[in-house]
Ligand binder design. Structure first.
Ligand SMILES: Nc1ncnc2c1ncn2[C@@H]1O[C@H](COP(=O)(O)OP(=O)(O)OP(=O)(O)O)[C@@H](O)[C@H]1O
Length: 359
């Protein structure tokens, strides 16, 4: 649906070259809600704006439905652009015009007949829940309402793609949630592919199925949201994931390890999906001669799949503890032992155990 092929963009200003995009290769499939995350200056906006040619790549190309839009004539491009809606962080609405006039603007510019415009605009306003504010001026609306108008204006031409430039960065958490829910609804009900840029991992968690992490104009990591959250590889990705799933070891646990019995054994378990449902803790306590205490837990939902971590203490003789650990691992749950300095974790792998569990 959208494909970036070796896409690069170099800006030249004051005799200097800035590589905003450096050989981007990404594929966004129909129906995706694809999130691009990165810090300020990573190149996200530039990437998004190459899709509707608000920016033209310096080299490489961007295909929309298999076509490089730079090859289109002006007329063809105007038509194609109706299929690509866009919403902005600061809404980009005309303050001197009403809600109705703002939403009608793309249709007016396309010279759609007046009665059709009225019908379509009211239909879209009904959909986004602002039918009764059609005559209000933009300055009379809240931030969330303004973004709804932005979404209505983007939807009015029946686009196939919606580009979202930090759509919730100017909104409070509650309003953010309602706007993200609306975008999800648009994606599902109209089958609109969404490409969204953000610097908030919470936004990615909330609605995206795929994510790409950008740094210095490059995509440093990309994949399914579940994959990236559960196994981030790059440092920047790990930092973003940690902003949502706090998986550092809490101070009180480190203190416990340092102050109490030095033989205390504390483990971090990482759960994905159905494993959370398994009451692994009580299962282990029943199967082996060990006591298990839950010390800390942090579980979130990712695309309706539970995901998170649990910090537990396992008490018992060494061999029983090792058998319990292997049992947990064989349940496809990542388990790591927390060292007394709290930063080092011993990662258990098959090799560490041999056949202890059956021994
Ligand atoms: N028109 C321009 N002229 C010169 N340099 C530009 C221009 N637009 C962007 N840049 C530079 O390109 C790089 C990428 O900018 P871009 O806005 O794409 O990043 P971003 O990840 O969207 O950042 P932010 O979240 O702050 O908007 C930055 O170094 C920026 O200063």
């Amino acid at each position: 649906m959208i494909e970036f092929i070796d896409t690069s963009k170099v800006y030249r200003s004051d005799g200097k070259e800035i590589k905003a995009l450096d050989q981007i290769n990404l594929k966004i499939n129909k129906g995706d809600i694809f999130g691009v995350i990165g810090f300020s200056g990573a190149g996200k906006s530039t990437l998004l704006r190459t899709v509707n040619l608000l920016e033209t790549p310096t080299s490489g190309k961007v295909l929309v439905d298999g076509v490089d839009l730079t090859t289109y004539s002006a007329q063809e491009l105007r038509e194609k652009k109706k299929e690509i809606g866009m919403i902005f962080q600061h809404f980009n609405l005309l303050n001197s015009k009403t809600v109705f006039e703002n939403v009608a603007m793309p249709l007016l510019l396309s010279k759609v007949p007046k009665n059709e415009i009225r019908q379509r605009v009211m239909e879209v306003l009904r959909y986004i829940g602002l039918e009764d504010r059609s005559n209000a001026y933009i300055h009379q609306l809240s931030g969330g309402q303004k973004q709804r108008v932005g979404i209505a204006r983007a939807l009015v031409t029946n686009p196939k793609i919606l580009l979202c430039d930090e759509p919730t960065s100017a909104l409070d958490p509650q309003t953010t949630k309602s706007i993200l829910n609306l975008l999800k609804k648009v994606n599902v009900e109209y089958n609109i592919t969404i490409l969204l840029i953000t610097h908030e991992m919470e936004v990615i968690r909330e609605i995206c199925n795929k994510v790409a992490v950008m740094e210095n104009g490059r995509v440093i990591e990309t994949g399914n949201v579940l994959e990236i959250f559960s196994n981030p590889k790059e440092k920047t990705t790990k930092n973003f994931v940690q902003s949502v799933v706090r998986d550092e070891i809490p101070e009180f646990i480190i203190k416990m390890l340092q102050d109490d019995n030095p033989s205390k054994r504390i483990f971090k378990l990482k759960f994905i999906g159905e494993n959370v449902g398994q009451s692994i803790v009580s299962e282990v306590a029943k199967k082996f001669k060990v006591d298990v205490n839950v010390l800390f837990g942090n579980i979130i939902e990712l695309q309706e799949i539970p995901f998170g971590n649990l910090i537990i203490e396992i008490k018992g003789d060494h061999r029983e503890c090792e058998r319990a650990i292997q049992y947990i691992r064989l349940k496809d749950i990542q388990i790591e032992e927390v060292a007394a300095n709290g930063s080092e974790l011993r990662n258990y792998s098959q090799r560490n155990f041999g056949n202890l569990i059956y021994g």
